[in-house]
Design a binder for this molecule. Structure first.
Ligand code: MG
Length: 253
């Protein structure tokens, strides 16, 4: 069941989203060669709590950290720990904050120092996929328009779309209906309505779409070892333009 949000719901979601976006910046500012992913996660956790919110991911389905930190061939759900960030890595930071019972959820991928041409192109195209999806996240369009926007742009650039993980509704629960796939056919699927709040989150691989889950039962990696990138906004569908509730692009400047 899709829960439409009232103006009052959206006020709390804006705060949750802003804190989530600022947490992306906190993580980005810690990223440098030699730092552990656990150190970045700790900075994120402290920041979210300092803002009067709680980390949405910590304890969610047993997840042991406040951020998912996914490096290079890791697609999503990287568990922070002793891994050292290295020059040339691409690092996906996915973080959510819960404020007054409402969640924000967002992600961005950053290069550390000088990255390969392929890595740079993958990050650029994945971010463009998100922006193209956002552009069609308007009242009257359908969920398939979002999936098509992502898939067509990724594939035109020689990349592939992860199918095993998808976007989702977000609100009082971190994951609500509807499912928001990053693939699909234009004009198909549920019609977008004002008050819907969805996490749009393209996960794009430089190689094939196939996924493997590591022995920790969380971390998804590309089956072929190729690089993967991930960007995400929580978005509210409105009467006019979509409203980005997690404005990390603005926070990062
Ligand atoms: Mg999400």
């Amino acid at each position: 069941m899709i829960l439409l949000k009232t103006a009052k719901d959206l006020e709390a979601m804006k705060v949750a989203g802003r804190i989530s976006a600022e947490a992306i910046k906190v993580a980005r500012d810690q990223l440098r060669p030699g730092v552990t992913t656990a150190h970045i996660d700790e900075a994120v956790r402290k920041f979210i709590i300092s803002r009067g919110a709680t980390p949405s991911f910590l304890g969610y389905a047993g997840f042991p950290a406040s951020a998912c930190i996914s490096v290079n061939d890791e697609i999503v759900h990287g568990i922070p720990g002793g891994r050292l960030i290295e020059e040339g890595d691409i690092v996906g930071i996915d973080v959510g904050a819960c404020y007054r019972g409402y969640h924000g959820d967002n992600a961005a991928t950053f290069g550390v120092g000088k990255v390969s041409e392929e890595a740079q192109k993958l990050m650029t195209v994945t971010r463009e996929c998100l922006e193209r999806a956002l552009a069609v996240a308007v009242k009257g369009n359908r969920l398939g328009d979002i999936g098509f926007a992502v898939q067509s742009h990724a594939e035109e650039n020689g990349f592939s779309v992860v199918r095993d993980y998808i976007g989702h509704g977000v609100g009082k629960d971190l994951h609500e209906d509807p499912e928001v796939p990053n693939y699909g056919r234009a004009g198909r699927g549920i019609r977008l309505m004002p008050g819907m709040t969805i996490a749009i989150e393209p996960m794009i691989n430089a190689g094939g779409a196939k996924v493997r889950v590591l022995g920790n039962n969380w971390t998804a990696v590309t089956a072929d070892g190729s690089l993967s990138a991930h960007f995400e906004y929580t978005v509210a569908i409105t009467e006019s333009r979509p409203l980005v509730l997690t404005p990390w692009q603005e926070v990062l400047g």
